[in-house]
Design a protein around this ligand. Structure first.
Ligand SMILES: C[S@@+](CC[C@H](N)C(=O)[O-])C[C@H]1O[C@@H](n2cnc3c(N)ncnc32)[C@H](O)[C@@H]1O
Ligand code: SF4
Ligand code: SF4
Length: 374
């Protein structure tokens, strides 16, 4: 079964009614992205947060990160059986991470994205114990582990020697623990951002995902707008900023790798999910060739999903804040003037130029451009 397509379909349907008839308002959010911290033990060269990881303000603001109960209170306001995504920075650096996961998993599905280096045996065992029974039950639903390349190339990208071997050790333990417990959930994903550093090894990474026995291989399209404003949210929409992919990118190689992965997928037990999941492979290639046609794209995500910064700012996406939960209750922010104004502007434009490569883009109607494989 294609879990992510089913989930995306359900979420999009929930968002579309208020999108068309709500005048900018939306139902209670179905999912919440929580950026738990902007601290990180890696320095990945493609990271959207790279600019702020070494910003001196980050240390000054350490004491301002949301406390456990502040996060839990927002989580409690998400629709039952919603999806809570814990990300960062590196979420496993937070000392209260298990408390946060256990709390969220009591009523919701939980997805964590981690670089995997701290996903030690005790953490993995607890995640397996918290695994939900089905796609539609609460509990730990998925853990996405970022593995940016194979062997030493991975370590170069993340700038931590020896990390590839450690992460793969953690992945293997996780998969074995799940098997011993006879659990389907949490699904284990291996993720990577497609860059010039790993494009030639994408299919080999898919092969490694098969050999390790994970559930999903998830290459992600590079998004080039740095998240510099997380430390001082400006509240500005930057709809025309250009998320240009990295230079020196071998697009012919990407085409070859996409074709190889689609071949492998035909007989593989490991699901292939290329992000943005709503786009054809041809359009993924078009992002890197800087010729993506935005004319047939739309986005419904801000009608079903909210994001929370490590310091309490609420934002629909990107760097546009609509307020802070330390000043205003979360559900008031969710449909306040700034949020409804943002939604109305997005609906009017259908999509912003700055959305190119964002994982929430979908086609408006039928995909029309550049199918790579018919
Ligand atoms: C910012 S990281 C935070 C979680 C954790 N530190 C990790 O690396 O998995 C969340 C996800 O964003 C991805 N990511 C980082 N920089 C990106 C970029 N420039 N474009 C697209 N995805 C990116 C990471 O690979 C990861 O899957
Ligand atoms: S591990 Fe995640 S947050 Fe840290 S530098 Fe890498 S992509 Fe960024
Ligand atoms: S596609 Fe654009 S509007 Fe939608 S979530 Fe992404 S950045 Fe925001």
């Amino acid at each position: 079964m294609n879990y992510s397509k089913l989930y995306n379909f359900a979420v999009e349907s929930y968002a579309k009614l208020p999108y068309h008839f709500g005048g900018g308002r939306a139902f209670r959010p179905l999912s919440l992205f929580v950026e738990l911290t902007y601290r990180c033990n890696f320095r990945c060269n493609m990271c959207q947060f790279l600019n702020i990881l070494d910003d001196p303000r980050l240390n000054e603001k350490k004491g301002e990160e949301l406390a456990t109960d502040e996060i839990n209170r927002v989580v409690d306001q998400i629709s039952g059986l919603g999806l809570i995504v814990f990300t960062g920075g590196e979420p496993l650096l937070r000392k209260d991470i298990m408390e946060l996961v256990r709390h969220a998993a009591r009523r919701h599905k939980v997805y964590m994205v981690t670089n995997g280096i701290l996903l030690k045996e005790d953490v993995a065992d607890e995640f397996v114990r918290l695994g939900g029974g089905t796609l539609f039950s609460h509990g730990m639903a998925s853990v996405g582990i970022s593995l940016e390349a194979l062997g030493p190339r991975h370590d170069e990208i993340v700038q931590v020697p020896g990390s590839f071997e450690k992460i793969m050790g953690n992945v293997r333990h996780f998969v074995a623990a799940k098997k011993r417990a006879g659990k389907t959930f949490p699904l284990v994903w291996l993720k990577c951002v497609i860059t010039s550093h790993n494009v030639a090894m994408l299919d080999d990474m898919y092969a490694l995902a098969e050999e390790a026995g994970v559930d999903m291989f998830n290459p992600i399209t590079y998004y080039g707008i740095p998240a510099t404003d997380r430390l001082a949210m400006t509240g500005e929409i930057a709809p025309d900023a250009s998320p240009v992919p990295a230079d020196n990118f071998d697009t012919a190689e990407l085409r070859r790798q996409l074709e190889k992965m689609r071949q492998r997928e035909k007989t593989s037990k490991v699901q292939l999910r290329i992000t943005p999941p709503g786009l054809t492979d041809g359009d993924v290639l078009a992002v890197y060739e800087r010729r993506l046609d935005m004319g047939n794209k739309a986005c419904y995500t801000p009608w079903s999903s909210a994001a929370l910064s490590a310091y309490g700012d609420v934002f629909p996406c990107s760097n546009y804040t609509v307020g802070n939960i330390r000043q205003t209750p979360f559900m008031e922010l969710w449909n306040n003037g700034k949020m409804t104004g943002f939604r109305r502007e997005l609906k009017k434009r259908k999509i912003f130029k700055s959305c190119a490569a964002c994982c929430s883009m979908v086609y408006e109607g039928q995909p029309s451009s550049y199918p790579l494989i018919d």
